[in-house]
Design a protein around this ligand. Structure first.
Ligand code: BGC
Length: 508
């Protein structure tokens, strides 16, 4: 080989070393970026962790706050509202209608009760509530509802239906915090879940509906105004007498339960024929320093329509879970390029809905095809490798697991308050509901899309209830799904209320 040949060979060697060095440098940088992402996800997971010890602290905090909310008006972030429902229905007969307003959908129901714990049939119609109505005026809002009810009655019956419903009792499920003055009246305390019809606040909800029904020529009587959790408890109890509490986990979240009237200290003059009262906890507003709050939750709250409000709801319910995931992905995209160029969609609030997030989480295809599809169609993020799709699933898992486990802690908190968790509650050392090995069967009715349609969420929730209660008590606590329970329950309460015709609960 001549000098020239040697020179060329040496130059080639130098060039390939340089290329190799550049490649190695890139690999190192890309590995570093990858580890940065992995570390960020691990940090998020640690901040959102819900080990059983922490859940037990949430259980205790829930029970303590329940006591405080019952002791005095404003004594806790838990409003612990009176519902004036003291007897849960069990043997009503006849055809009843119900309306349910509360989340993304509005529902109208017609239900035929056959007495003796039997529901002979029911028709349901779901209608999405137009976004514009959520921030309109009370008149526009209730006119829309009354018209939909009128059309439903005409559609589900023969021509004479409108005259047949004359004077009929109607159940009205209104899933927002309401200060009830009787079982069929109450004023709206505040809006939640993105609704903001300002002229409604502090107005009597039933009066607004009743006026709209008259404007549409519907001669019907709103016999029961109920929160969706209360409707769910009514139907749960109708089907199974051991049902003592109900939980809703849908667009928003809430719980109610049967309390002793004498435990409602803030309302000393409460007279109820049964000695009990259903309490609407409005647990979406629960707060405790034991809740595992992350920086994403703080940002979500600050940018929400109701900052400092509904803190528990913002970590749990369907309105928010998808948006927490979106926020995490947004931050990861800013800090690294693993999701490709930063997509502007990632800064749009609520662009990733919880059903889409659940679909990604439950994608069981080997190459996570559904994840890729949703990333592309909803977030404008294309061609990401499998390991990045897996990161996406991991983030969904962290958010969902935390939510489900916090609901579990909330449920056990209620059981603790009423002495059904096997520990004797917080106010006495006595073991209530668990005497000499005889624990009472306790049923909690659960409604809402997160529980009924999101399998992983439901599994995490059931698993956490069993984990907190332990092997001895766990088997006695049963969570039962109530599809459309809130609406059916409202119709039942309308039935039992019209049958009794007089209020059996009074505040002296
Ligand atoms: C409301 C509750 C309701 C819950 C579930 C919350 O935002 O404040 O009244 O029961 O959502 O729909």
């Amino acid at each position: 080989m001549g000098k020239l040949g040697l020179g060329i060979a040496a130059a080639c060697a130098v060039a390939s070393c340089a290329v190799a060095a550049v490649m190695a440098g890139r690999r190192v940088r890309s590995r570093r970026r990858w580890w940065k992402v992995v570390t960020a996800v691990q940090e998020f997971e640690a901040a959102a962790a819900t080990p059983v010890g922490r859940l037990r602290q949430v259980v205790d905090a829930m029970a303590v706050e329940m006591h405080a909310g019952l002791a005095s008006e404003g004594g806790s972030k838990l409003k612990m509202l009176l519902t004036f429902v003291d007897n849960l229905p069990d043997g009503e007969n006849g055809i009843y209608y119900a309306l349910h307003v509360g989340g993304t959908n509005f529902r109208i129901l017609k239900i035929q009760l056959g007495g003796q714990r039997s529901i002979l049939g029911h028709d349901v119609e779901r209608k999405p509530i137009p976004q514009s109505l959520m921030t309109s005026t009370s008149e526009e809002f209730f006119d829309f509802i009354a018209l939909a009810l009128k059309e439903f009655i005409e559609r589900t019956g023969n021509n004479s239906q409108l005259s047949q419903v004359r004077g009929k009792d109607l159940g009205f499920t209104f899933s927002f915090p309401v200060k009830q003055t009787s079982v069929s009246s109450g004023t709206l305390i505040k809006w939640t879940k993105g609704f903001a019809i300002e002229d409604m606040v502090e107005k009597d909800v039933v009066e607004c509906l009743q006026k709209a029904l008259s404007r549409r020529g519907l001669d019907m009587n709103v016999a029961a105004l109920v929160n969706d959790s209360v409707g769910t408890l009514a139907v749960g109890h109708f089907l199974d007498k051991d049902t003592v509490a109900a939980v809703v986990i849908g667009t928003g979240t809430n719980a109610c339960y049967l309390e002793r009237a004498d435990a409602v200290i803030k309302c000393q003059g409460l007279l109820s024929t049964s000695g009990g009262m259903v309490i609407n906890m409005e647990w979406g507003n629960f707060w405790s320093s034991h809740l595992p709050r992350t920086s994403y939750d703080i940002d979500l709250d600050v940018e929400s329509q109701n900052p400092n409000d509904q803190g528990f709801e913002k970590m749990i319910s369907g309105m928010y879970l998808g948006d927490i995931v979106r926020r995490v992905i947004h931050r990861l995209s800013i800090e690294s390029d693993i999701f490709g160029p930063l997509s502007s969609k990632l800064s749009t609030r609520f662009v990733l809905s919880t059903p889409l997030m659940a679909a990604m989480h439950e994608d069981d295809s080997p190459d996570l095809r559904e994840v890729a599809k949703i990333l592309e169609e909803t977030l404008d993020i294309r061609d990401v490798p499998l390991k990045v799709r897996k990161i996406m699933v991991k983030v969904c898992d962290v958010v969902t697991r935390r939510a489900a486990r916090l609901v579990a802690a909330g449920i056990v908190g209620i059981l603790k308050k009423i002495g059904r968790d096997g520990t004797g509650g917080i106010s006495s050392g006595r073991i209530k509901g668990y005497k000499s090995g005889k624990m009472r069967r306790t049923v909690v009715a659960v409604e809402g899309g997160l529980y009924t349609s999101y399998t992983i969420f439901r599994e995490y929730l059931n698993e956490a209830v069993a984990e907190i209660l332990g092997e001895e008590i766990g088997p006695y606590v049963i969570l039962k799904t109530m599809e459309d329970g809130s609406g059916i329950g409202a119709a039942m309460l309308a039935a039992s209320n019209s049958a009794r015709s007089v209020d059996t609960v009074q505040v002296l």
